[in-house]
Design a protein around this ligand. Structure first.
Ligand SMILES: [Zn+2]
Length: 274
């Protein structure tokens, strides 16, 4: 019996960990009963540990960015690489980040007064060390050459949300339309990832090898940080198995990830008049 019990428990854990979030978000704040306690634990932990105990004073979460725009997000690609990029690769890189972004957005569609049915994601700029690495001649994106910060190319600071958190871009040549909210920072030989209000950083080789992968799980995890979600290196909420924000324990958004995400909206939406 012990063996059977162990097998059943293991199977239950696999199923719980693999439980993909529903495609259609519930209309109201209505987490399953078994997630209520861990969700409360997570929110309390975030309130206690973020921003010196004042989570609500920070004003550049992904939420602030999307609401300032009225429902879209612009990206800069920081091409922190010696590789060249074809026009087709440029367009694939754009399509891929948009497709991954949508996986988070779908968890809000129709949920708890979230106002957007569709959130366009546009790459408006590229940063590169040498213009000759980019093999296109059209002007569909703004290109910043050899503006090095943190030992990597960055798009023009006057166009970046991180540098202009009042949402005004008076010195961005393309104005608000060509401002960027987040950077997709792709670094040669970079293992793992990093994410924050500034965007997401992952390995260039990893990203390019996964352009057609359904769930680019490191990128999805780092996008979670842009939305404010936490890491779980040193603790696990009660009664939940694998989930994307617990690094290495899931490879796609789970129901628990989706509810942690919706909990951010629940707590911040009054900030935007909802
Ligand atoms: Zn993380």
């Amino acid at each position: 019996m012990r063996t059977l019990r162990t097998v059943l428990l293991a199977l239950a854990m696999v199923l719980a960990g693999a439980g993909a979030a529903n495609a259609a978000a519930p209309a109201t704040w209505s987490p399953p009963a078994n997630l209520v306690t861990p969700l409360n634990q997570v929110w309390q932990h975030q309130e206690q540990t973020y921003n010196n105990g004042n989570l609500y004073a920070f004003r550049n979460y992904g939420w602030d960015q999307i609401m300032a725009n009225g429902g879209y997000i612009n990206y800069c690609v920081r091409w922190d690489s010696s590789a060249t990029v074809t026009t087709a690769q440029r367009d694939q890189i754009h399509a891929t980040v948009a497709r991954q972004y949508k996986k988070w957005m779908d968890e809000l569609t129709g949920h708890n007064a979230w106002p957007y049915a569709n959130v366009p994601v546009k790459v408006v700029g590229w940063a590169v060390r040498n213009r000759s690495q980019l093999q296109w001649t059209d002007t569909s994106v703004d290109i910043t050459v050899n503006n090095i910060n943190e030992n990597a190319p960055q798009c023009a600071p006057p166009c970046g949300r991180f540098f202009n958190q009042n949402g005004q871009y008076p010195n961005c040549p393309g104005g608000v339309a060509r401002h960027y909210d987040q950077s997709l920072w792709l670094t040669d030989g970079f293992g793992g990832g990093a994410g924050g209000d500034w965007g997401q950083r992952i390995g260039r080789e990893y990203y390019m090898a996964n352009l057609n992968t359904d769930n680019i799980h490191i990128l999805l995890h780092e996008m979670g940080h842009t939305w404010g979600l936490d890491d779980f290196y040193d603790w696990t909420p009660t009664g939940v198995g694998g989930f994307l924000m617990k690094a290495g324990s899931a490879t796609s958004l789970t129901e628990f990830d989706a509810w942690m995400f919706r909990d951010w909206w629940r707590h911040l939406k009054s900030r935007y008049g909802y």
